[in-house]
Design a protein around this ligand. Structure first.
Ligand code: PMP
Ligand code: GLU
Length: 401
């Protein structure tokens, strides 16, 4: 039977980050000694009090539909958190809770983008932005950032690409996959160009890694730079990374109430509310003790220091020192053109396949993030695994001729 799929699915690819993790897990289940650097989620457990809150919610009978955009208790917890952390005040009708930040971003794309629109994405980018934009018929406009510029987009670059068709820019800081983040001054400069060049465009600010920052850095949201930028910004956040709650699927958007209303309508016709008990767990995560977050960030920082040091000590490899999140994005391109037995490594896909097949190490090829010179390693895995994995990578690179 020939199935005629809708045109919108023509460019659709499965999420490569989820696919690599699934492949590594399947090999592990078969007993293969795999070191997985694929995971896009903290390796820590969800804090106990958060689990207790979900159990409590079930016992209280909070197991039914909730308001589509989230229970007021969660909206209020988000409002309080956003005010305390960024000095940004939102009303309930400016907040919508969805099934993870991925769903929040999808709803934004569905509400705003269409054929004829351009959406600016600085590369390296998180894998799902491109597919979500493609699904709407809009066109992603990629800005290549450079390792020498700490993988940050520069105001001059924005100046060049923004035009009257620009509907939005998606900024993700700290970034997945590079770990780069922006200072207040840098955000001010980007904001100035945005407001001047196209005052009608939207800033989709994906801040899901805001709490995972190193070297004493403090996160600044672009929405807090000026009232004008607050107006134009859709602030995207989630409990997924901060509280090791990736499986609970709770994310949210704070921003323009008209957009929130349309996103809520979309949600009412697609998923309805996010899971009731997960919402109560998220309330507890946001309002409860935060010590587990600090513990996790300390562990990530220690691992980052080790992994960056090790990678930079391998001849031919360079690795940017991430400011936050739990990924490194080293440049392996000096390995390209080399061979192992009869196999030639020509790009990041070949390199990742070589590591997986010959040395049992799973990484995500940089191609998926729009930079084929690099690959992503997640350090959301134990120090022991990191050491073992790095030994294997070093050995693999030495074995290339
Ligand atoms: N944005 C970025 C940059 C991410 O890395 C992720 C990770 N999955 C998401 C959004 C989606 O997060 P969630 O699990 O809350 O859907
Ligand atoms: N965001 C994570 C990652 O980049 C999880 C996987 C996904 O949602 O694609 O690996």
């Amino acid at each position: 039977m020939v199935i005629k799929f809708a045109k919108r699915t023509e460019l659709l690819k499965p999420s490569p980050t989820l696919a690599i993790t699934a492949k590594a897990n399947a090999l592990k289940a078969q007993g293969v000694d795999i070191i997985g650097f694929g995971a896009g989620e903290p390796d820590f457990d969800t804090p106990e009090h958060v689990k207790e809150a979900a159990i409590e919610a079930m016992k209280k009978g909070y197991t039914k539909y909730t308001p589509v955009g989230g229970i007021n208790e969660l909206k209020d917890a988000i409002i309080e958190k956003t005010l305390n952390d960024f000095g940004l005040k939102y009303d309930r009708n400016e907040v919508i809770v969805s099934v993870g930040a991925k769903h929040s971003l999808y709803n934004i794309a569905m509400a705003l983008f269409e054929e004829g629109d351009e959406v600016i994405i600085p590369a390296p980018y998180w894998v799902s932005y491109i597919d979500q934009i493609n699904l709407t018929g809009a066109v992603p406009r990629i800005i290549e950032t450079r390792e020498e510029d700490e993988f940050k987009v520069k105001p001059e670059q924005l100046e060049e690409v923004i035009n009257e068709r620009t509907k939005a820019i998606i900024l993700n800081y700290p970034s997945n996959p590079t770990g780069a983040t922006y200072s207040k001054e840098e955000l001010e400069k980007l904001g100035e160009v945005i407001l001047r060049k196209n005052p009608n465009m939207w800033v989709i600010s994906d801040e899901v890694y805001e709490k995972i920052l190193f070297d004493g850095r403090k996160h600044v949201s672009i929405a807090s730079i000026s009232p004008e930028l607050r107006e134009r910004t859709l602030h995207v956040n989630a409990v997924s990374k901060t509280y090791s709650m990736t499986g609970w699927r709770i994310g949210w958007v704070c921003g323009n109430k008209e957009i929130v209303r349309v996103m809520t309508d979309l949600q009412s016709q697609s998923t309805s509310n996010p899971t009731s008990i997960a919402q109560w767990a998220a309330v507890s995560a946001l309002k409860g003790p935060q010590d587990k977050v600090f513990e996790m960030v300390r562990a990530f920082e220690e691992r980052r220091n080790y992994i960056v040091g090790r990678l930079n000590s391998i001849p031919g490899v360079t690795c940017f020192n991430p400011h936050g999140a739990f990924y490194v994005f080293p440049n392996f391109s000096k390995c390209y053109g080399k061979r192992y037995k009869d196999k030639v490594i020509n790009n990041s896909l070949d390199f990742a396949a070589y590591l997986l097949e010959e040395f049992k190490v799973a990484i995500v090829p940089g191609e998926a993030f729009g930079d084929d010179r690099c690959a992503r390693l997640s350090f959301a895995t134990s120090m022991e695994n990191i050491k073992k994995g790095l030994d294997r990578i070093e050995e693999a690179i030495k074995a290339l001729e």
